[in-house]
Design a protein around this ligand. Sequence first.
Ligand code: ATP
Length: 234
Amino acid sequence: MAPVLEVRSLTADHGRLRAVSEVSLRLDAGEVHAVIGANGAGKSTLLRAIAGLHPPASGTVLLDGDDVTRHPPERRVAAGLSLVPEGRRLFASLTVEENLLVGTHVARPGPWDLERVYDLFGWMRDRRRQRAEHLSGGEQQAVAIGRALVANPKVLLLDELSLGLSPKVVRDMYATLPRLLAEGVTVLLVEQDVSQAVRVATRIHCLLEGRTTLTGPPAVFTPAQIEAAYFGLG
Ligand code: ATP
């Protein structure tokens, strides 16, 4: 069976800076892969290139075996690839529900709709008419996840879920992952917090200056090996 998401030797630049260099990934259905790495390692650029928001210099992105490398972002969403961007990017003056509805515009048919999202995040149904700007950071992150889910993605790309959130909120956010996996969603996430990544991922990929320095199931590496790959030691 073809992997649900395959990235072959993806390279992406910011002007003259090579931000991502020949990165390859293969995600089978139901897996959670975590891309780790320090500030500026190229994690967000990699996710944005997979989502179609940053044109790659070279390489290929395959979704369920179909080459989507040249497809615009909305066509990738319609094909089952949704990004929760770093910083959430909600419409501040729209309500929770209006923000969720944005995600339904190019949705695939599937199990996720507003009601399922309200079931996933218990507090959200009662606050669906509140404007996004009045939510806490964690609540905004949940709405951003909900907006991606209502498009019924095969693969969910999560960029830095933990950014600016308290440890408890981060734990709550990650606690929703099993529910997504149970619905058949495959997850590729970017996480700066290595211990968090190691807890949830079936496979980790460490980037350093755009290159993969370590890849495999977290259990096969010692903390020292991961640290060396993260900081480029040894
Ligand atoms: P962070 O955790 O800080 O978000 P990251 O691992 O996601 O880092 P990227 O944001 O992908 O890394 O950045 C990779 C490299 O590309 C860095 O050197 C960064 O300075 C550079 N870069 C990122 N975005 C831009 C941009 N819009 N213009 C120019 N350079 C950029």
